[in-house]
Design a protein around this ligand. Structure first.
Ligand code: PEP
Ligand code: MG
Length: 554
């Protein structure tokens, strides 16, 4: 038996033969790569045609992704389509064709390495991560030039598919009927492939290193996508443990399904709402399919990122109203624009920063651009007339920021009043607790806010001084660190003392090992990806919140 340990990035269990995928591109490029070109202008035209075809293909994939895996997945492909048409990259390729007198294929290979190296050396973590995207897109342009068809990995029988890594398009186009699981040598939990695997419900482990190689092709294995473990040719003890894990998973699945249609109440009668995190109105289908009882976090910045700029008031109003109306009076928390750091919007032309996570992001961007912020607030207040909308402010660190936002809200409402527009003056205004400062001044913030929502992703990043984008800090990013749990408790205590509700909308909300602790702290709602709703509701229903104080009104 060979035991491999990697990073579990998409939970689930699988048993079957490993199919190690070898790319056709290596062989195809080997010949073309060194070829000298007789006619540089013809090579430049071949490149331009291949790049355009790749962009077209990626845009089509974005639509497939939108239907199969939601808005976040679609955005990955749209971003890659933009890269395929990137003028800087084209300049690199054309310069290589000119200076090396080489084929378009060789020029793309050279440009890929030069462009990716430039990005990888950038100070900015966001740009560094784009190096992988460049390699991905360049590979697809090469495929188009050499006639290699990508994305059509065919499994002739059910198998656990392994490779050095998979591109997002390969992952999206995999025939899921025979796919048992995914294993990769490289990659991280935040890689695009991992995000897609999770959204599509495929067990996946990445970062298995060289130990995962072609020599394992065809050998039987069992994998645990949560623990990140693979046993190749498992012995009797490993098979027994695997069977026990499968049985436990089946029980949990049955409990989750039994929770459909049931109230979000603990064994001792405390309501702990389970809401959904979404990124686009299209994600409502998943909320409904998973019986989500409300939207606890709509990350409105995805509307802006999808539009590549600022959507108009009317466009935003349509989106917010659609969500509010579809939820038919159930809670819909819409977070105001949270760009900056890893979510850059070129519209703002933000200055290059040494530490973007500590820079112009979240509410800071909104306060620096009141015209953009007020457009969003107008759309939000107008939509408030169509459902149970609450507004949430991201990245708050000081009381004056909340007061300034409230002043802008008042002025927007006064405008709408003068115009005779419909809006709800009692629309709740909440504060995200995701900076250490917000935790420490939670009592003061609670006097200004109608509710709190804890963003454990950023809170963990700032409390532990661990960049959430970095794949090298896994060992130090302890999401159960006492500092994180104590911070959540401090915020919950302050909320309860002030009589306002508090929810958690960061990734930790879906961590079933903490459900009891959150209930005991007096948390009122947990907001999670739609697919996590039923398992979480089942966990809430088998939890006792013993010892927790009475609940704040929702
Ligand atoms: C968080 O920080 O936990 C959060 C919910 O916000 P985001 O992940 O969008 O930064
Ligand atoms: Mg955050």
């Amino acid at each position: 038996m060979i035991c491999l340990q990697g990073k579990g990035v998409s939970e689930g269990l699988a048993q079957g033969p490993i199919c190690f995928y070898r790319r056709a591109e290596a062989a195809a490029f080997a010949g073309a790569g060194s070829a000298a070109a007789a006619d540089p202008a013809a090579e430049a035209r071949r490149f331009a045609r291949a790049a355009a075809k790749t962009a077209e293909h990626l845009n089509a994939l974005a639509e497939t992704a939108r239907a199969a895996a939601g808005e976040e997945a679609a955005l990955l492909f749209e971003a890659h389509a933009l890269l395929a048409k990137d003028e800087d990259f084209a300049d690199f390729v054309n310069a290589a064709i000119e200076s090396e007198h080489c084929s378009a294929e060789r020029a793309v290979l050279l440009a890929r390495e030069r462009f990716a190296a430039l990005l990888a050396a950038a100070d900015d973590a966001y740009l560094q991560q784009r190096a992988d995207d460049v390699r991905n897109v360049a590979r697809q342009i090469l495929n188009s030039l050499t006639g290699v068809s990508e994305g059509g990995i065919v499994l002739r029988k059910p198998a656990i598919l392994a490779a050095d890594d998979f591109t997002p398009s390969e992952t999206l186009l995999l025939d899921k009927t025979r796919l048992l699981g995914l294993l990769t040598q490289s990659g991280s939990a935040s890689s695009h492939t991992a995000i897609l695997a999770r959204t599509m419900g495929i067990p996946a482990i990445c970062g298995l290193g060289e130990a995962l190689g072609p020599a394992l092709d065809g050998r039987m294995a069992v994998m645990d996508g949560a623990a990140g473990t693979v046993a190749v040719e498992p012995d009797a003890a490993a098979l027994t443990a695997f069977a026990a894990a499968c049985a436990q998973r089946q029980t949990l699945h049955a409990q989750a399904e039994a929770a459909r249609g049931q109230p979000d109440v603990t064994l001792d009668g405390r309501v702990l709402h389970v809401y959904c995190n979404i990124g686009a109105p299209e994600d409502l289908a998943a909320v409904q399919a998973n019986d989500g009882q409300g939207v606890g976090l709509f990350r409105s910045e995805f509307l802006y990122l999808a539009a590549g700029g600022c959507p108009t008031e009317e466009q935003q109003f349509q989106a917010y109203r659609a969500i509010a109306a579809a939820m038919e009076g159930r809670r819909v928390v819409i977070r105001t624009l949270d760009v900056g750091s890893d979510k850059q919007l070129s519209h703002f032309d933000l200055p290059r920063e040494e530490n973007p996570a500590l820079g112009m992001r979240g509410v800071r961007v909104c306060l620096a651009h009141p015209e953009v912020f007020c457009t969003q607030l107008r759309a939000l207040y107008r939509a408030s007339a169509y459902g149970n909308v609450a507004i949430l402010l991201p990245m708050i660190a000081s009381v004056w920021e909340v007061r300034e936002c409230k002043r802008l809200c008042q002025s927007v409402m006064a405008q709408l009043e003068r115009e005779g527009a419909l809006y709800r003056a009692d629309t709740a205004l909440g504060v995200m607790i995701e900076t250490p400062a917000a935790v420490l001044i939670a009592a003061e913030l609670a006097r200004e806010a109608d509710f709190f929502s804890v963003g454990t992703n950023d809170l963990t990043q700032y409390l532990l001084a661990c960049d959430r984008q970095s794949g090298h800090l896994e060992k130090f990013r302890d999401t159960h660190h006492p500092a994180v749990l104590r911070a959540v408790k401090l915020a919950a205590d302050a909320a309860r003392a002030a009589g306002i509700p508090i929810s958690i909308c960061g990734d930790l909300a879906a961590d079933l090992s903490l459900t009891q602790a959150f209930a005991a702290m007096g948390i009122d709602a947990l907001s999670v990806p739609p697919a996590a709703v039923l398992p979480l509701r089942a966990a809430v229903r088998r939890t006792s919140a013993k010892g927790c104080a009475p609940q704040a009104p929702q």
